[in-house]
Design a protein around this ligand. Structure first.
Ligand code: FES
Length: 159
């Protein structure tokens, strides 16, 4: 009685190894592609960002939220989340504590604590992001920056 040969031939082994490697490579590429096209919805810039507890923002203070690229400007009546991007040519605008104003170092535009232009060349106030206070937590939607020709109190989220 003849015995059945169950060993893989060299050719069969290489075929399986090659096919397995190609499958793995394809799977990695598919995962990377899906991650690339997945919309950013939370946690990072472009999504909803947790800025902190409302009590962490003192009245008449400006606090930078790095991961969201915005400042929380707190006044008595509420907060406004100001995008750090200069509406002139897009430089990042720092808050100058000593001057008490936002001072763009690129071309010298100045903005007050609610983003109004004090001095050009910026053509409009700093854009702001819609914000909400949910159970004492400040959440900012960085997916929808709001342009404005002038500041008004409707841009402020009431506390
Ligand atoms: S980019 Fe800010 S003043 Fe030009």
């Amino acid at each position: 009685m003849a015995e059945k040969n169950t060993k893989l031939s060299r050719r069969q082994f290489l075929g399986i190894a090659w096919g397995g490697s190609l499958s793995l490579l394809f799977a990695q590429g598919a995962i990377a592609f899906l991650k690339f096209i997945e919309p950013v919805t939370s946690g990072g810039f472009g999504g909803e960002i947790y800025a902190g507890k409302i009590e962490e923002f003192a009245i008449n203070s400006i606090n930078r939220v790095l991961k969201g690229r915005f400042y929380i400007s707190r006044a008595e009546e509420g907060i406004i989340a100001l995008w750090q991007k200069c509406p002139h040519l897009g430089c990042s605008v720092p808050w100058d504590e000593e001057e008490g104003q936002f001072h763009c170092s690129c071309h010298g535009s100045l903005f007050n604590e609610v983003g109004e232009v004090l001095s050009g060349p910026a053509p409009r106030p700093l854009d702001y992001f819609p914000s909400e206070i949910k159970e004492g937590e400040v959440w900012v939607d960085t997916g929808t920056p709001q342009q404005r020709s002038k500041h008004d109190s409707s841009h402020v989220t009431k506390v």
